[in-house]
Design a protein around this ligand. Structure first.
Ligand code: GDP
Ligand code: CA
Length: 313
């Protein structure tokens, strides 16, 4: 079976581990959000790609959720001692090596998709990991700051301000000229099923769908599309989706997100929508199934993947 998965960082990475367990012999392509990418201290940083790569490579920090396990922070401390800004972004020593290799390859002219493939040579994620686009397309958040209306980088909003500044809008700077990375449209068009990971519907899945051509490939493609709710009991399991969804007028509930994605039979995205077993949703044209959706370990995640995939083909 050929499976295409749209995913963000931590939620996406956990979900993909379950996909790998449920589908060990299948051909899985993960299309990853790069709207969170940022350049700091001259380093090109791709948080969601790295979360996926490290998590599937088994070298992630389980407790922190992002970055490498056994990480040290000596370089960050040195940068702080120099007064080199910004100091609010977590840059671990092991992580910096990844960013150095990536930045050097990008500066040598390799596209991000090639760089990602090269990095994955080391970590052997067991699935094909693709950035949504090779083009820079960074999410900015329109906020009121120091008495003025400003667009700040998503990382500044999330990491520096802890999503406390009320967002007026999320803007994908550069999206109009962005193209899907090589292999993305092919993976969707050639898939037997497309999965929307329980990732942030606005700043992970929404960002991927914003790249011209990707939403259309899902809506009109041959494969059924199955999504899993990141919202359980009216709140995100972790992260800031509750701050993001109201900005685009979507209720923070499994039903709200499912309706936002909409039925494929009605020009939307979904054929099937999985909600947590304590939730319910009614979405005309979409088969809704309530099953345990807590990704507590790979087996629990694999179980929801099996339900997601048991679709008429
Ligand atoms: P990020 O890029 O690191 O923010 O990660 P994603 O966008 O891929 O995933 C974030 C989303 O994953 C959040 O909205 C969470 O609610 C959701 N999430 C995290 N853990 C779980 C879980 O165990 N079950 C479900 N259903 N959603 C989860
Ligand atoms: Ca992210």
């Amino acid at each position: 079976m050929r499976i295409a998965v749209l995913a963000g960082g931590i939620g996406g990475a956990r979900f993909l581990r379950g996909v790998r367990v449920a589908c060990p012999d299948d051909d899985v392509t993960a299309v990853i959000n790069t709207g969170d990418d940022v350049t700091l201290h001259g380093l090109r940083i791709c948080p969601d790609l790295d979360s996926v790569m490290y998590t599937l490579g088994g070298v992630h920090d389980e407790k922190r959720g992002w970055g490498r396990k056994d990480e040290t922070w000596r370089i960050k401390d040195e940068l702080t001692a120099y007064g080199a800004e910004p100091s609010w972004f977590g840059l671990g020593d092991l992580d910096i090596a990844t960013h150095l290799v990536r930045t050097r390859m990008l500066e040598a002219g390799y596209p991000l998709s090639d760089v990602t493939a090269a990095l994955c040579q080391r970590w052997q994620p067991g699935v094909t990991v693709l950035p949504m686009s090779d083009d820079r397309c960074e999410t900015h958040v329109v906020v009121e700051l120091d008495g003025a209306r400003r667009a700040i980088h998503f990382q500044e909003w999330w990491v520096r301000h802890h999503a406390k500044l009320r967002p007026e809008a999320f803007v994908q700077v550069g999206v109009d000229d962005a193209e899907p990375a090589p292999g993305v449209l092919e993976a969707i068009a050639g898939a037997d099923v497309v999965l929307l990971a329980p990732s942030n519907p606005v700043v992970s899945i929404g960002t991927i769908l914003g790249v011209p051509g990707i939403r259309e490939a899902l809506v009109s493609g041959p494969a059924p599309v199955v999504g899993l709710s990141p919202i359980v009991g009216g709140a995100p399991v972790r992260g800031m989706a509750d701050a993001c969804l109201p900005v685009i007028g979507v209720e923070v509930s499994a039903q709200g997100v499912g309706r936002h994605y909409g039925a494929r039979s009605d020009g939307g995205l979904l054929d099937r929508w999985l909600v947590h077993d304590t939730d319910a949703a009614q979405i005309p044209g979409v088969e809704v199934l309530a099953v345990p959706l807590m990704m507590t370990d790979d087996d629990a995640t694999a179980a929801m993947v099996r339900v997601a995939l048991a679709i008429d083909r």
